[in-house]
Write a protein that binds this ligand. Structure first.
Ligand SMILES: Nc1ncnc2c1ncn2[C@@H]1O[C@H](COP(=O)(O)OP(=O)(O)O)[C@@H](O)[C@H]1O
Ligand SMILES: N[C@@H](CCC(=O)OP(=O)(O)O)C(=O)O
Length: 379
């Protein structure tokens, strides 16, 4: 515990740019927004900024704010209703953020994003520039999903994924996810009282994934599963993640001082290039290419591009330029990248030498299916 506290506190101390995700369960009490919490959060963030560090807040709570406003206890289920609730709640939510941060002399800016905004490389870079301009101006960006316009296809769906992507867009070195629980347990402690707290995670394997379940609350969305998935995205990009307890006044300060626990996810890789971070964090996979052991070795040990000879089969109906996952013979997803050929073409050239592509297809774009500059390996 002592060792873990030191590491967690040091990670927060050493971070230069931090994305802090605040969940609905943390922000809302039964009767609406928890204002004492919000004001102490503003004070804690003000302290972090005064020590020379930059902060972005990713906030949930628009739907939960509307639930409180409309005196509803059940979260809306259909997309139009969710969108209507988000439209109702987002205004009240931002109004309270504005008031809380004004006390500490901090101007705030609202940024509403959809997945589509970040999947497009130009819009991704544009968002990056907007964040940089806000940092330059000393303004605190407050981000939420643009729930009111996002259809199912272009939704993040949960703000844990959104915070991981924002961490990539702003080149953060730490993503803190403040939840109603002080980190990952071996099972959901609300359902299993003997579940044990996990202080540090170095790699997210199937065992860790299996521990993380859904949310049991009426306002939370993704539960621990989306937090662990967001953590995976971040640590593969070289970004630290802390899932910590955000409940109660000065929760962030207590976490930063080692007075409350969290789970620290440690990256096994250095920060990856901006382009690879975009592929890793912002692009949805449209299909899968299954590869043999030789290809796995080439990608892992020689930093090679993926050649058709290593592909054994294809899943999904993807187009040229789409993002796909690469799957090893044991069913593990080992990488993600942008393909030069579509699914039908790869089905025809799989297992062939690159020199045979022309003969099989009648044309060649590239000798490889995925160039190494467009390929990100999972650690
Ligand atoms: N292995 C686990 N460890 C901790 N919490 C878990 C686990 N599996 C599921 N959970 C649930 O995840 C919840 C946190 O997620 P969620 O309700 O979506 O909150 P938030 O609003 O902070 O996103 C916990 O309160 C708990 O019920
Ligand atoms: N964008 C939604 C948040 C969805 C969400 O992920 O909520 P949570 O599980 O509380 O982080 C909203 O503002 O209500």
């Amino acid at each position: 515990m002592a060792q873990q506290t030191t590491t967690l506190v040091e990670t927060i101390d050493n971070a230069r740019r931090i994305v802090i995700k605040v969940g609905s369960n943390v922000l809302l009490t039964g009767g609406g927004l928890n204002l004492p919490f919000l004001y102490t959060l503003a004070e804690d963030i003000c302290e972090i900024r005064q020590s020379g560090r930059e902060v972005v807040v990713v906030t949930s709570g628009s739907i939960a704010t509307a639930m409180a406003r409309l005196s509803r206890t059940i979260r809306p289920r259909t997309l139009p209703l969710k969108q209507a609730y988000a439209a109702i709640g987002q205004m009240g939510l931002m109004w309270e953020y504005e008031r809380a941060f004004r006390v500490y002399g901090i101007a705030v800016a609202q940024i509403l994003l959809t997945r589509e905004d970040l999947e497009d490389r130009k819009r991704y870079l544009n968002s990056h520039n907007t964040f940089e301009a806000l940092f330059e101006l000393g303004v605190l960006p407050i981000v939420n999903e643009n729930d009111t316009v996002a259809t199912d296809e272009i939704r993040f769906g949960d703000n844990d994924s959104l915070s991981a992507m924002v961490a990539g867009v702003v080149n953060a070195d730490l993503n803190i996810i403040l939840s109603d629980i002080d980190g990952l347990y071996t099972a959901n402690p609300q359902l299993n009282p003997i579940a044990e707290h996990i202080p540090v995670v170095h790699s997210i394997d199937q065992r860790i994934e299996a521990m993380a379940g859904a949310s049991t609350s009426s306002v939370g969305t993704g539960g621990m599963a989306t937090k662990v998935s967001a953590a995976r995205t971040c640590i593969n990009a070289g970004i630290n993640v802390i899932i910590g307890c955000g409940k109660g006044n000065h929760a962030l300060r207590r976490l930063s001082q080692g007075l409350s626990r969290g789970t620290l996810f440690v990256p096994a890789t250095d920060v990856v290039s901006a382009r690879k971070r975009w592929i890793l964090q912002s692009l949805l996979s449209r299909g899968q290419i299954f590869v043999d052991d030789g290809a796995v070795k080439a990608l892992r040990e020689r930093d090679a591009s993926l050649l058709p000879i290593g592909a054994t089969s294809v899943a999904g109906d993807f187009e040229r330029g789409d993002c796909v996952e690469i799957v090893d013979p044991h069913g593990n997803i080992i990488a993600k990248g942008l393909v030069y050929y579509n699914a039908t073409e790869i089905e025809r050239i799989k297992g062939k030498k690159s020199t045979e592509i022309e003969h099989v297809l009648g044309y060649t774009f590239h000798n490889d299916l995925i160039h190494r500059d467009n390929l990100v390996l999972y650690t």
